[in-house]
Design a protein around this ligand. Structure first.
Ligand SMILES: C[S@@+](CC[C@H](N)C(=O)[O-])C[C@H]1O[C@@H](n2cnc3c(N)ncnc32)[C@H](O)[C@@H]1O
Length: 230
């Protein structure tokens, strides 16, 4: 039943992949990751209360990158921006990272509840906490001291009005050893282009080829960018 709740809110292609392709760890996560009723019944489609495709892709990319030795996340500090329901941050936790998931103040209740509900059922290799972070505002010291090894975000570039603030936050969080992974949904090329153009002033940007993604979780409607501060 919980699995169905997830599937309703992702694309059909992704849903069939989810239904058949999860490894043991993921099966555990999906079986126990409970989305609270109120967020879907009250305001379906509201950003932050729905799991977006790019989040599933990013989470599976991280898992695949760790499994294939491309990436080491064990013991790494990760800050997730605009965490929404919290799935990607929870996956990073299961992969051994010390994760801080963040979102707007009024999204934290759901985020914390999801973490509490789901992470208590699995043996954690890492840790996860949730804290408020509104882009463009000063981050809590715990977010920047020390600077995270990774900053991650899925479907956080969707509003032109938020691009400047988002970039300011990415600058504040990034140190010389910080790598940023952003998964975006190709629903509005103009906003992504605007973001990339503005980001190029301060970041070196690359695109993670689909050949490096989890083979069962690829979508032509999703892109994964990697950014490092210049
Ligand atoms: C489209 S949702 C993506 C949620 C989640 N990452 C996912 O993939 O399912 C965008 C997220 O960004 C958050 N967000 C939007 N504007 C924000 C801002 N100015 N500061 C912080 N978070 C923001 C929203 O609350 C929401 O959780």
């Amino acid at each position: 039943m919980v699995l169905l709740t997830w599937i309703i809110h992702i694309s059909a292609q992704m849903a069939s992949a989810l239904a058949c392709a999860f490894s043991n760890d993921w099966f555990l996560v999906l079986n126990s990751f409970e989305i609270l009723d109120f967020c879907f019944k009250g305001t379906p489609g509201v950003t932050g209360a729905v799991m977006w495709d790019s989040g599933v892709v990013l989470g599976k990319f991280l898992e695949h990158a760790v499994d294939s030795g491309m990436l080491v996340l064990q013991g790494k500090k990760i800050v997730e921006l605009g965490s929404g329901c919290g799935l990607v941050g929870c996956i990073a936790t299961l992969l051994g990272s010390e994760v801080i998931v963040t979102d707007l103040p009024d999204r934290l209740r759901l985020l914390r509840k999801n973490i509490e509900t789901n992470m208590k059922h699995v043996s954690l290799r890492g840790s996860v906490t949730a804290t408020e972070l509104t882009w463009g505002e000063d981050p809590d010291p715990e977010l920047i001291d020390p600077k995270p090894d990774f900053v991650i975000g899925s479907d956080v570039v969707y509003s032109e009005g938020a691009v400047v603030d988002l970039l300011e936050t990415l600058m504040q969080l990034s140190g010389p050893n910080t790598t940023i992974f952003l998964a975006g949904e190709l629903r509005n090329d103009a906003i992504l282009e605007y973001f990339l153009e503005a980001a190029m002033d301060n970041f070196t940007i690359g695109r993670v080829e689909q050949t490096l993604w989890h083979p069962d979780y690829c979508s032509n409607r999703v892109v994964i960018y990697v950014l490092v501060k210049k």
